[in-house]
Design a protein around this ligand. Sequence first.
Ligand SMILES: Cc1ncc(COP(=O)(O)O)c(C=O)c1O
Length: 422
Amino acid sequence: MIELSNFGRKFVGDIGILHLMDDLGKAVAAGDSIMMGGGNPSQIPAVQSVFRDRMLRMLDGDEFERVIGNYDGPAGSTAFRRELVNFFCEEYGWKISERNIAFTNGSQSAFFFLFNMLSGEFGEGQHKRILLPLAPEYIGYEDVGLSADSFISYKPQIRVSDDRTFKYFVDFDALEIDESVGAICVSRPTNPTGNVLTEAEISRLSALAQQHNIPLIIDNAYGTPFPSIIFTDAEPRWEPHIIMCMSLSKLGLPGMRTGIVIAHERIIEAMMGMSAVLTLAPGGFGAALAVDAVRTRQILDISHNIVRPHYQQRSEYAQKLLHDALAGTDYYIHKSEGAIFLWLWFKDMPITSAELYNRLKQRGVIVVPGHYFFPGLADDGWRHRHECIRLNYAGESAEVAEGIRIIGEEVKKAYLQVKMRE
Ligand SMILES: Cc1ncc(COP(=O)(O)O)c(C=O)c1O
C-alpha cells in the first residue's frame, strides 16, 4: 500500500462531496434514473447558439489557434479582464481596475485559494476560520480548507408562511465575530436552498466585515448581473472588502471551467501566486467564448431575457407539482428566490432525509439528502438538518414531473408510517 501524506490522506478520507458525487455518478451510469441530484444547469438552445456562433467566428480567422496555442498570465486573459472592468465600471459604477480581477479554473478552485489564504494558521499559534453566517450552505465549501476546523457556521432563523413555504434569515444575534474569524462567506443565491439574502442582510454582513477588517466573500455563481438566476431584486455590489466570486458555469458553460474573482489587489496578488504555482495559468477558452458577449452587453440580454425566465418558469412548474404531490403531509418549500434548486423541508418526518434519499434511489429518483449542507455546524441533535432534501429542477419537464410524483408517494408513505404507529 502506498503511504500518503496527511495532505494526500485528506483527499481519500471521508469526504462528503466525494461520496455524494460518486454515488450520483454510479446512479447515472446505471441508467434510467431521474436525475434531480447534481448541479448541472439546463441545456438552453438559445444560449448554446450564442456560444456556437462565437465559436464559428473564432474558427473563421486565426483566433482559435491563438487561444489554444498560448498560456495567459496567472490572472488569466487580459482581454477578458479589460472587458469585465469596462462592464462593471460603466454599468454599475464599480471602482475597479484589471488588478482587481483574476480568473480560475471554475469558481470552485477559487474557494480553495481564498479559504486557504484567509483561514488556517496565521503564526504565533493563531488559527482562523471562515464564518458561514447561515447554514444550510454550499456543500462544495466543506472540504476545501486544508487545516482542520476551517469553518464556523450558524443555524438560521426560520420564517414559515401560510402557503407552505418558508425562508431562512441570518440570526445576527447569534453571530460571534472575533479575532478567530478570517472572512465571512455566503452564497447568494444560496445552493442548496434558493434563498437570496436580503439587501438588509448583505449590508449588515458587509458592515460587520468592514468593522472587523475582514473580507466578505459573496459567492455569486447564480447571481446578478450574470447568469442572473435570481428572482428577487438584487443589485450587484462591490467594495474593496468584498470578494465577489462569479462563474460562467450556470450561464451554460460548466465545461469551460471559468471562475471570476473580483477583489482587493492584495487578494488578487495572492491568487495570482497560487495560480502560477498550481496551474501556471487558468484556461483561456471560456474567457475567449464570453469576451464578446461582455463587450456588447449581450451577456445581460442572455441573462435577463433567456436564462432567468427559463429557470423562473421551471421553478414555478416544479413547485406547483410539488404542492399537489405532497398535499396532506407536513412539507414546506423554501421560497424559490434563485439558483437551480428547490429545498424541501419535511417537518417531523419519521425517517431521516438520508433514508428518504435511499428509498428514492431504489425507485430511480436521485435527489440530495440535506444533511450534507451544514459545513461547520456542530451536531447538537438539531432535527431540521435531517428533514430536508435538495432537488435540481432544471431537467426536462416530463422527468421532473415523474420524479416529483415518486417523491410525493415516498414522502406520503414515510409520514403514514408514524400514523400507523400512533
Ligand atoms: C454556490 C456555488 N458556488 C460555486 C460553484 C462552483 O461552480 P464552478 O466551479 O462550476 O464555477 C457551484 C457549483 O455548483 C455552486 O453551486
